[in-house]
Design a binder for this molecule. Structure first.
Ligand SMILES: Cc1cc2nc3c(=O)[nH]c(=O)nc-3n(C[C@H](O)[C@H](O)[C@H](O)COP(=O)(O)O)c2cc1C
Length: 211
């Protein structure tokens, strides 16, 4: 890989921060959010089942309601939009046909392999604990990808877990099978303000066992 590209990619990852200060005057057009989300959708997922949904809260009035649900975190209102990432615990069962049909079309499997593959997916997703684990794991990778992809478009993000789940469910009419795993505030950084330096990260030797 060319050194400059490598360095740019390192910076893309390294300079991602949870941005507390968004410029409230700068709007992100919906088309850009669409591009970010479509790029982030290339995230891997078990069997490629993509068990996620999102709700985008973008208008000023709705952001103000969401801010209250998020313990009054100001960044929710200042960000151009907030992407609520929902882990779909029915995702495997809802998406299995579309995914396997695309596999057949692309030659991953032959048509006669569909039924057995579908059955093992349905077996896994019929177990509530497995369905929940699958959905949360895959949606979290998708969420991380949203944060990385945003930076390619000059945008910054802030993941938020500090929200009242019950209030969020009531406000957006979120059914039980969708689990709000995090809210991603997204927008342009207010460059007049400075974040504190990045906090300590555990190093390879502190987290790794090699066998
Ligand atoms: C799932 C998740 C939920 C978070 N929720 C909040 C939150 O509600 N409020 C907040 O200020 N920061 C929240 N954070 C941000 C973390 O505090 C932040 O990522 C961490 O301190 C590291 O900082 P950095 O992202 O700038 O490297 C959350 C992060 C994650 C991944």
């Amino acid at each position: 890989m060319q050194q400059t590209i490598k360095q740019e990619m390192i910076n893309l990852i390294k300079e991602r921060r949870s941005i507390t200060f968004f410029d409230p005057s700068k709007e992100v057009p919906l088309e850009i959010l669409e591009e970010v989300v479509n790029l982030a959708s290339t995230a891997p997922s078990s069997y490629n089942l993509q068990p996620w949904k999102i709700i985008i809260v973008k208008s000023k009035a709705q952001k103000s309601i969401l801010k209250e649900i998020c313990m009054n975190q100001q960044k929710v209102e200042d960000a151009s939009a907030n992407i609520i990432v929902l882990a779909n615990t029915r995702g495997g069962i809802e998406n299995v046909d579309k995914v396997l049909d695309s596999w057949i079309e692309l030659g991953y499997i032959t048509p006669d392999q569909k039924d057995s593959t579908k059955q093992s997916i349905i077996n896994s997703w019929s177990n509530p604990e497995k369905a929940k684990n699958n959905a949360i794991r895959d949606s979290s990778l998708f969420a991380m990808n949203i944060m990385i992809c945003s930076r390619i478009f000059g945008l910054e993000t802030h993941p938020i877990g500090g929200f009242n789940e019950q209030k969020l469910r009531e406000y957006l009419n979120i059914p039980d099978h969708l689990i709000p795993i995090m809210i991603i505030a997204i927008g342009y950084k207010d460059n007049s303000k400075q974040l504190l330096p990045r906090a300590y990260r555990f190093k390879f030797h502190e987290i790794t066992k090699v066998i």
